[in-house]
Each structure stands twice: as C-alpha cells, then as structure tokens.
Design a protein around this ligand. Structure first.
Ligand code: CMC
Length: 390
C-alpha cells in the first residue's frame, strides 16, 4: 500500500473495539465490564468473574450454580491424554507442558470445535475452564514426580485445584481457607487485561478461523515470555539472586539504571500503566496478610519492599513512570503457598483463561473482525537477477 504507519510494538494502534475491560493507565484504573477490580477482588469469585467477562453481566445465583456444576462435570481428562504427560521429560517447564496439552486437547474435540457454532463454543468454554487447572496441576505433579490425583468435584473450583496440586494419594488433604481465599483473589486480578500480548495472540490466531484450543494454546505460549506472564517467575529468580549474591539492593538498582548486561527490574514497568498498577496494590496488601496468616516470614518479601522503596525514590524510575506491576509481589505469595517457582506463570494462565475465552468469543462474534494481517515497511534489496537468469 505504501502508506502504512510504522508502529513497532503496536504502541499507537488499536486493532479492535472491545466491551470487556477498561483501563486508564494514567489514573491506575482497571474495570471488568464496568466493575472496579478492587470490588471484584474483594467480593466476587473466580467463576463469577469468568461469567461476567464472558456474558457481560453478573450471573444470578442460579446461573452461577449451574455454571459451576457444568464445569465440575467436565474436569476429567481422558486417560489417553493423561499418558501424554509421560512423553515429556520431568524437567519440562510446566508452561510448555500446559500449552502442549491444550493443543493436544484440540484433538479430542475436533468434531465439536466450529468457531461459528455457539453450542460448540459454549461447550469448549466449559471444557477449558474445567480442564486447564487439572492440566496445570498434572504439570506440577509430573515435575515433582508424584502421582496424579482425580479431581474432587465435591470441592469448589479453587479448593479442587489446591488439592490436585498439594494432595497426595495416601493422605487426607485439608484445604487451608487462607490459601484458598488468597488464590481466588489473585486469580480474579489476572482474569482479563484487554489487548495485552497473549490476548492479542489469542485474537489473532482466532481471526484465522482456528478453534479455541489452538488459540488459547498460542496465548499460553505468548504469556510464557519474561516480559509478559513469565515476569512473576523472573521476579522471584531476581530476588533470590540478589539475596544469594550478597549484592546490596542499591548496587543492583544501579546496575539496572546503567543497563549493565541488559538487566531490568523485573516486575516493574508497564506499557499501559504509567502510575501504580492497581492490581499490584492489591497483591502487595495480600502478600502481607497471607504471610502473616500462614505464619511465614520470607526475607524475599522484605527484599522486594526494599527494592520498591529505592526504585520509587529514584529519578530513573520516576522519569520513566516505572512502578511495580502485578507480577512484582505475586511470586512471594505463590511461594508461601508451596508452589515451585516454575508454576507461577501457569497460575497466571489459569487466571487469564476467562479473559482469553471472552475476548476470543467477542472477536469471533464481531462482524467487523477480519483476519489479522499487519503491514510492513520493506527495507530489503531491490530487484536483482539470479546469476545466469535473464
Ligand atoms: N527495568 C528497568 N528499566 C525499564 C524497565 C524495567 N523493568 N521497564 C522499562 N524500562 C525502561 C526502558 O529501558 C526504557 O528506558 P529508555 O527510555 O532509557 O530506553 C523506558 O523504561 C521505557 O520502557 P519501554 O521498554 O519502552 O516500555 P514498554 O512499554 O515497551 O515495555 C514492559 C513494557 C512491561 C515490557 C517493560 O516495562 C519491562 O520489560 N518490564 C519488566 C518485565 C515485566 O515486569 N513484565 C510484566 C508486565 S505486567 C504483567 C504482564 O503482562 O505479564
């Protein structure tokens, strides 16, 4: 076309209209379908917010119960799919296991995966919501060499997930209400975030006519990177490295400012929030509460707070409007719950799933959706002849 604007990273380009999530990055505001994130995190549940994102309104009590029951009926994985996990090494990163297993899930439901058949779409929303936590827990169990448990459908969504992760075959498992409520809150905070990299990936893949499983699997892979969902794992690795190296926090911050070896303050900065990330504020409060209630003292939390204080008092970070993002404090809570570091981004994926599904469906139902196909500015060689060719 010759007239396309160059916009690396889509900093200035809207690719869609959306009625799902509203963000005001300067004011630090996040709302799902108009409801402030602070109110949802405090009062709602993961499944209620999932319904809100998918259907636009809060469910009635009956609708929510029905939704919950339908999800409970779909938690089992086919035994063949369970064997799929044994083909992967126990050292595999759980995010790779997760995206692979979601791709594999597609092979079980190809006959019911028409993006334009609302019944198929609805059924696959339920299947994904029911099965992703089970796949995630099996990725965890595999990495620690323990047997997979069957889902216990007498338990709530979050409690079932905790039991699948931390229960063992031979023992009773008592869910800790503190952990359960804290995890529910964290999942709610992650449920949607408008057109971030993974959601845009889900929409782009969906725009080709691919089904939900293929689109979500692509989204999981996009989330895996350390600049996106992988940041929660990277934050904990960074904190542990500072602790183990004996380097002072001040010195580490200096290295970040000097961009030594490209080192960044992980869990800081955001494309959209140029003020405190409202999710980070809630996570920070939660971190204090959960660690106190579980009776855990983690020096990494103190280190994180020290890092935040130094960064927020420093011109480098203030001039660039770099504040803690959602990933800065989540890892400390996940660690207190007993999740290995490599599971952190998997937890983010479970949180984000409802948003991906809602955004995928919104795109598929929008008559203005076209196949996503960015332009480029060509800067390569002009036409030239292959040796010997005329
Ligand atoms: N540490 C140090 N400097 C930073 C950081 C950071 N975390 N983030 C941005 N900067 C600097 C950057 O070097 C640039 O400086 P200069 O103008 O001197 O070149 C300036 O701030 C502007 O940054 P940018 O890279 O143009 O910003 P972006 O909007 O392209 O990137 C980001 C956003 C989130 C990728 C980036 O801030 C980052 O890499 N943060 C660390 C990773 C992270 O925490 N990611 C999680 C994001 S929130 C939840 C999620 O999506 O998963």
């Amino acid at each position: 076309t010759g007239h396309t604007a160059l916009d690396y990273g889509f900093v200035n380009t809207s690719a869609t209209k959306s009625a799902i999530t509203y963000i005001d990055g300067d004011a630090g505001i996040l709302r799902y379908r108009g409801y402030p994130i602070e109110q949802l995190a405090k009062n709602s549940s993961y499944l209620e917010v999932a319904w809100l994102l998918l259907y636009g309104e809060l469910p009635s009590a009956g609708e929510l119960t029905d939704f919950d029951e339908r999800i409970r009926r779909h938690t089992l994985l086919h035994e063949d799919l369970k064997r799929f996990f044994s083909a992967l090494p126990h050292t595999a990163h759980p995010m790779s296991v997760l995206s692979s297993a979601v791709s594999a899930l597609s092979t079980y439901y190809e006959h019911q995966s028409d993006p334009h058949n609302p019944e198929h779409v609805e059924l696959n929303n339920i299947r994904m919501l029911a099965k992703l936590p089970v796949i995630a827990a099996y990725a965890h169990k595999k990495s620690v060499g323990q047997a997979f448990l069957y889902p216990d459908n007498s338990l709530s969504f979050v409690d079932n997930f905790l039991k699948l992760n931390f229960g063992v075959l031979s023992e009773e498992y008592q869910v800790s209400p503190v952990m359960s409520r804290a995890l529910e809150r964290l999942l709610i905070l992650h449920e949607d975030h408008e057109q971030n990299a993974s959601t845009s990936t889900v929409r782009l893949v969906g725009s080709t006519g691919a089904n939900q499983f293929s689109s979500i699997s692509a989204g999981i892979n996009a989330l895996y990177g350390p600049l996106h969902g992988g940041a929660n794992e990277a934050v904990l690795a960074m904190l542990a490295r500072i602790r183990d190296s004996g380097e002072s926090v001040q010195r580490f911050v200096e290295r970040v400012k000097n961009k030594e070896d490209g080192v960044k303050l992980m869990g800081f900065g955001h494309r959209v929030y140029k003020n405190y990330d409202p999710r980070a504020k809630l996570v920070k409060e939660s971190a204090d509460e959960v660690l106190t209630e579980l009776g855990i003292q983690d020096p990494l939390l103190d280190l994180a707070k020290q890092l935040e204080e130094i960064a927020l008092g420093d011109d480098y970070f203030m001039e660039r409007k770099l504040y803690p993002n959602v990933d800065f404090y989540t890892g400390v809570i996940y660690k207190a719950m007993g999740f290995p570091t490599r599971m952190f981004t998997v937890l983010f994926a479970i949180g984000r799933l409802p948003g991906w599904l809602a955004q995928w469906r919104e795109a598929v139902n929008d008559p203005q959706t076209k196949i996503g196909r960015p332009q480029q500015l060509y800067i390569g060689a002009a036409e030239r002849n292959y040796p010997g060719a005329q």
